[in-house]
Design a protein around this ligand. Structure first.
Ligand SMILES: Cc1cc2nc3c(=O)[nH]c(=O)nc-3n(C[C@H](O)[C@H](O)[C@H](O)COP(=O)(O)OP(=O)(O)OC[C@H]3O[C@@H](n4cnc5c(N)ncnc54)[C@H](O)[C@@H]3O)c2cc1C
Length: 411
């Protein structure tokens, strides 16, 4: 049977493979990790609410019983698209008849090496766990520190007020309420400073202005200070320097200010579109390659004059469309053009507070929050994970508790 190789078991790759289960193709799904990660809830792992196992799901379990889908953990380093071969770091290489590239995105530090060396990011499970450990370590160290050092250790700078920065800052505000004065009787909420910095002129620039303003108010209620039109320019062990020239002593810098596509680091000879994402045609094919597709964050699919946003839904819908086009091609039918149907955007800002724009309808406050909860529960992979997340959310809601306050990793 024709061999379809899919690189990346994230939102796009997983959907594509699922749509090919039981079809007349041999599928090989590859990923550097052996799990699918539900990235929208990573910030809840970083803020002591969820366990890694609640938001990660073993890929092999997803395809248990699917006879035509195999999985391999490997680091894909490149592809020879003319020869139809995919290169892996560990070997052996993998031949393909159809190739689907769905390698997602990674953090973009915009070439700022000092920030890359110092900042915590929120893009992988290990990064989220590292941030959780570090925040808790800052509190521990602050209990024994003199006043200037206590202030520094308990100053948390979040760079970027898009959904990731806003959601993490809100969750951190709630964690601080639980810990300061209770777990740490010697530390008060007033000792803690959460500073959210945004280079654009307002919070949540991709949302309507009213929703951005609402999110800002709610973040402030949770104790965060918001500053717009200002960027972090550099960082060292003790402080960050802003675009205004100010130096802010801080114990933690969380970088939520940019992502870039993962395009196999030069191992892929394919034209690039906006933002360095791989250019694709209207059927999501790499130009000049009839059987090579690119989807999700790594691909620059253009619709209505701009590339699709780097979000889960474009990747999911593209994954499904590519699976359908592979089957159409095999059946001798022409491939269909892809059209993204935008279901909207949403973010949560702590308990009872969310903002959402769904099919043009703006929701905020409790309604926005409940919508956010429901949508995220539906999209988590795996029944066990759904139940686990729901129980932890309920526990947090009724008992004001983020119970996973453990320092696990080494410093
Ligand atoms: C913290 C955070 C919060 C987010 N919140 C939201 C949200 O609330 N809503 C939303 O819609 N979107 C959100 N996103 C964005 C969303 O995660 C992405 O848009 C989505 O994951 C893109 O899907 P994808 O299939 O293109 O890539 P991914 O889901 O990222 O999957 C890429 C896969 O490729 C694998 N991979 C990459 N390179 C290689 C390689 N060389 N070899 C082998 N495997 C490789 C990776 O391990 C990964 O499993 C968030 C992202 C982050 C980081």
């Amino acid at each position: 049977m024709p061999r379809v190789v899919i690189v990346g078991a994230g939102f796009g790759g997983l959907q594509c493979a699922r749509r090919l289960v039981g079809k007349p193709v041999d599928v090989l799904l590859m990923d550097r990790h052996n799990y699918h990660l539900f990235t929208p809830l990573l910030y809840q792992v970083a803020s002591s609410l969820l366990n890694p196992s609640d938001i990660a799901y073993p890929v092999r379990t997803v395809f248990r019983g699917a006879r035509n889908v195999a999985f391999r953990v490997a680091e894909v380093t490149g592809a020879d698209l003319s020869a139809g071969v995919l290169r892996t770091a560990e070997g052996p290489d993998e031949p393909f008849d159809y190739l689907v590239l769905a390698t997602g995105a990674r953090v973009n530090f915009f070439g700022q090496d000092t920030i890359a060396a110092r900042a915590f990011s929120l893009n992988t499970l290990s990064a989220a766990l590292g941030l959780r450990d570090h925040v808790l370590r800052c509190f521990e160290a602050a209990t024994a520190a003199d006043l200037p050092n206590r202030r520094r250790l308990l100053t948390f700078v979040v760079a970027g007020a898009g959904p990731t920065g806003v959601e993490y800052a809100g969750a951190l505000g709630e964690l601080v309420r639980i810990m300061a004065g209770r777990d740490y009787p010697g530390l008060s909420r007033a000792d803690v400073r959460i500073l959210v910095l945004e280079g654009a002129e307002r919070v949540l620039p991709a949302f309507p202005a009213t929703l951005g303003a609402d999110a800002q108010r709610r973040l402030q209620r949770l104790g965060a200070t918001i500053r717009t039109g200002v960027r972090v320019e550099s960082a060292d062990d003790q402080s960050v320097t802003l675009s205004t020239g100010e130096i802010i002593p801080c114990g933690t810098l969380v970088w939520a200010a940019g992502v870039q596509p993962n395009t196999l680091d030069g191992g892929l000879d394919a034209p690039r579109g906006p933002g360095g994402r791989v250019a694709v045609d209207d059927s999501l094919r790499v130009p000049g390659r009839d059987r090579v597709f690119a989807i999700g964050d790594m691909a620059a699919f253009t619709q209505d004059g701009g590339p699709l946003p780097m979000l889960a839904q474009p990747a999911i819908q593209a994954g499904r469309a590519v699976a359908a086009n592979v089957l159409r091609d095999l059946a001798g039918k022409p491939m269909r053009s892809f059209r993204y149907k935008d279901p909207g955007v949403m973010a949560t800002v702590g308990r009872n507070a969310g903002v959402a724009l769904i099919r043009g309808i703006a929701l905020k406050g409790w309604l926005g929050w409940v919508t956010w909860l429901a949508v995220h529960l539906v999209f988590i992979i795996g029944f066990r994970n759904r139940v686990a997340v729901m129980l932890r959310w309920a526990w947090n809601y009724f008992f004001y508790d983020r119970p996973i306050r453990f320092i696990i990793g080494s410093r």
